[in-house]
Every structure is written in C-alpha cells, then in structure tokens.
Ligand binder design. Sequence first.
Ligand code: AMP
Length: 279
Amino acid sequence: MQIIQDISSTKSLCRSLKQEGTLGFVPTMGYLHEGHLSLVKQSVKENPNTIVSIFVNPSQFGQDEDLDTYPRDLERDVALLKECGVEYVFNPNAQTIYPSGFDTWVVPEKLASVLCGKSRPGHFRGVATVVLKLLNITNPDHMYMGIKDYQQLRILKQMASDLHLDCDIVACPIVREADGLAMSSRNSYLNPDERKRALSLYHGLLKARELYEQGERDCGQIIETIKSIIQESGGRIDYIECVDPLTLQSISEAKDDTRMMLAVYFGKTRLIDNMALKA
Ligand code: AMP
C-alpha cells in the first residue's frame, strides 16, 4: 500500500498506472464505511488500478460546521482499503491543496442554489473546486460517487460536461444499515436515541414511495407524508422536496424518477437522504 501526500508524486504515479489500463478514482473524506467501500469495490472490479483520496476538504465546510470534529481514522481506513485490494491512497494535507495565494474556484450556479446549496452556502463551490483539483491530479478514466449525495453527484456530472472533462462519473447506489438508515460518517455523531429516531428518514421515504405506487401524484401530499413521519420522531426538518432528477428544481406533480430529497437534524447532526419515485 502506498500512501502519498504530495501532488507531483501522485501525478507521476497515476500517469504510469494508466499505462496498465483504466484508472478508477474514489474521492472520500475518510472514516470509511460500507457505503464508501461499495464504490471502492466497484472500481477495483472495473479497473486494473484504483486510487482513493482521503481528504477532509476545509473549503466545503461552513464557519459553524463540523470541520474540526469531523471523524478521522487514517489507520483504520488504510486497513479497510487494503482488504478491498486498493494499493494507492492520496492523502494530502490542506496546505498542499490550498497553498497560500490560492485564488481560483469552481462555482456551480443553478444546481447549487437549491436544497443543500441553500442551507450550506459555498458548500458546493468547495466540493466542485476540490474534485476538479483531485481529477487534475489523478486524471482517472472513471470516478465513482454515491447517489447518497445526489445533489453533489448532479453538480459534478454537470461540471464534467460543462468543463469538457474526460473522466466518466459512475453513480453508485445508496448503501444502508440493516434497518435502512443511509450509511454516513456523520452517523457516528448520533446518540442511541437519535440513532433510533433517525430511522424516520428512511421510513418517511418508503411510505411516500408506497403512496406514489398507489397512484398519488401530488408532491404536496407526498412531502406532507414524509414530514409527519419525521416530525413525529422529533427530527428538525431543514428541507423535504420533490425535484426533477436533472435540474433539481422543485416540482408539483410527481412522475417516475422524480427524486425525493431531504435534510433533517437530529440534535446537532444534519443527515441527508433521497429516493426516486417509481410506479
Ligand atoms: P464522503 O466521504 O462523505 O465525502 O463520501 C465520499 C463518497 O462516498 C461520495 O461519493 C458519497 O456519495 C459516497 N457515499 C457516502 N455514503 C454513502 C452511502 N451510504 N452509500 C453510497 N455511497 C456513499
């Protein structure tokens, strides 16, 4: 296993790995769980070489957010990646990615003005910038990303198209705990009571999908159903919306592939989840 911190070694490593065939890349902030590992396993299966980045990106955290407390455990992450057959980890520090004088940003516009972009101003500017930097450093053929962060996935796919990037972005399904809670590094913040209550996100989404299957098409009703289940559990709703899967604009009449998107606080922990409607 090679853990590389600097940019020029990573660039030359990736250049030489690409001589052997396609290169897969999985960007993460570490504290890996089965959700991350599903992306990694898919990349290992589909490419002769895979590089994983572990970088808690300061520019995507707001001033009052959890940058300092974000969970980290590099040793454990490396052991998990080894078990998956990963041989290369890019683990730069913040100074390497944002040296003094850094002044150029990628600013997604419309897609970043809704949902999480509204509650977390500047978040997607940080995400898009760091991902473009990571892509320029690793220059992979395929980048693997989770549908768990659906808005992020849409924004990055749009960025790849708008900026003529050669990398293909592979969308991977949401991995859930046995009871249905979407896996997230931030689940580790939940106390046992919050953990139980957080299950209402999944239950709300499932119930809404069931309604849709029974013929409900009014997004107001669909949202109301999710809202009441989450409110009953004591979750503090940031947003619940039914959106067009491409534009992420809120819609009023649901159809197949309409995506239900939500962000909810349990205590101080903000969780996101989403699900597509299908008849
Ligand atoms: P993060 O470390 O939170 O930045 O996530 C790194 C990548 O893992 C992103 O593409 C996420 O969408 C993906 N990911 C995180 N949680 C899950 C999950 N439960 N299922 C599938 N992918 C996930």
